[in-house]
Design a binder for this molecule. Structure first.
Ligand SMILES: NC(=O)c1ccc[n+]([C@@H]2O[C@H](COP(=O)([O-])OP(=O)(O)OC[C@H]3O[C@@H](n4cnc5c(N)ncnc54)[C@H](OP(=O)(O)O)[C@@H]3O)[C@@H](O)[C@H]2O)c1
Length: 304
């Protein structure tokens, strides 16, 4: 590809531009990791935390400790918020008064989708732009090339501050303009994770009651476990279409296996509540006449 002189001038100018100034409100486990990542990336960083001493390690690295939220918000082109709870996030931003107007807010504070939307509306009502981020890593993963962040809100903030956002996680995705959706994405991952982990840990209890090492099981059952994860796109497709007809492996064929798991668990004095709940769902669907449908049919139970 050839480069025009105009393109060369533009990239040189971009390279010469001073790094974006960042403000971080909230220096808990996550906020601290974020502020360190911005400093490491060469961004002049101003921080504020209710407990000011938590900024000591950052100040030693060159961060500015703001005395007030207002001072902090006024210092950064982009204001990153990471505190406990949407109400706290909003109250802190409110304390910045008219300094908020014209700023770009990237709120990484977890909550429900409705809470994120409410904060977004409130921030925009104060003349600032809003981007919500759902961080899918723990603090040591901040800045990692594979660390995932789901974003929703202002595309302009997302595009303008790309280099800053890259410092949060290398795999950031702007899902859309709705600030509430990242929370739903996060919950979808976490909900699947907890359900899967509960199933796996129940299985681990079952195996270890027989003296079988769980690691050994994983080695032997690798292909079965991989096939399980590989089935998600097919299930997603059935759910999206609302069509569950299947030729093989229907709910009526799951039922005896779930019954066996319940009986085996009970016989070994292992908590059978988890498979029993599965059995309840399967039984209900079969009794309602859906025994010939695929397992994905159970989404209709949760929809109710
Ligand atoms: N830690 C993680 O691995 C992780 C991963 C993904 C997402 N997150 C999300 O990141 C956000 C921050 O989590 P965290 O783990 O950093 O929490 P944390 O360690 O418990 O810190 C909480 C932060 O909120 C501040 N805060 C709480 N109540 C406040 C109030 N009433 N007024 C002013 N400041 C207040 C705390 O200030 P003080 O220092 O003064 O107490 C602190 O800065 C949460 O939404 C969390 O769900 C965390």
């Amino acid at each position: 590809m050839t480069t025009t002189s105009a393109q060369t001038t533009t990239s040189a100018q971009t390279a010469a531009q001073p790094p974006v100034t960042v403000t971080v409100i909230g220096l808990g486990e996550m906020g601290l990791a974020l502020a360190h990542a911005f400093l490491d990336g060469g961004h002049p960083t101003t921080v504020w935390n209710r407990t000011p001493e938590k900024a000591d390690s950052l100040v030693a690295k060159g961060a500015v400790r703001a005395a007030t939220v207002r001072e902090a918000v006024a210092a950064g082109s982009v204001v990153v918020v990471s505190v406990k709870g949407a109400t706290t996030a909003r109250e802190l931003l409110d304390a910045s008064g008219d300094a908020l107007s014209g700023r770009a807010v990237v709120n990484l504070t977890d909550g429900t989708s409705a809470e994120a939307r409410a904060v977004a509306d409130w921030v925009e009502g104060r003349g600032a732009q809003y981007l919500h981020g759902q961080i899918m890593t723990i603090a040591p993963g901040v800045g990692g090339a594979d660390s995932v962040v789901f974003y929703g809100g202002s595309a302009s903030v997302h595009d303008r501050f790309r280099p800053v956002l890259r410092r949060i996680g290398g795999r950031g995705t702007l899902i859309g303009e709705d600030a509430g959706v990242p929370a739903l994405y996060g919950m979808a991952v976490h909900g699947t994770m907890w359900g899967t982990l509960n199933g796996f840990l129940h299985a681990a209890a079952l195996l270890s009651s027989e003296g079988i090492e769980v690691k050994r099981f994983l080695d032997d059952a690798q292909a079965s476990m991989a096939a399980l994860l590989a089935s998600f796109p097919m299930i997603a497709d059935e759910v999206d279409r609302g069509e569950y007809a299947t030729e093989y492996g229907a709910l009526q064929h799951h039922r005896p296996s779930v019954e066996d798991l319940v009986r085996e668990s009970a016989a070994r004095n292992i908590d059978a509540e988890f498979p029993r709940y599965t059995l309840e769902l399967v039984n209900k669907a079969v009794e309602e006449g859906f025994g010939g449908d695929s397992y994905a049919r159970l989404v209709e139970h949760f929809r109710k």
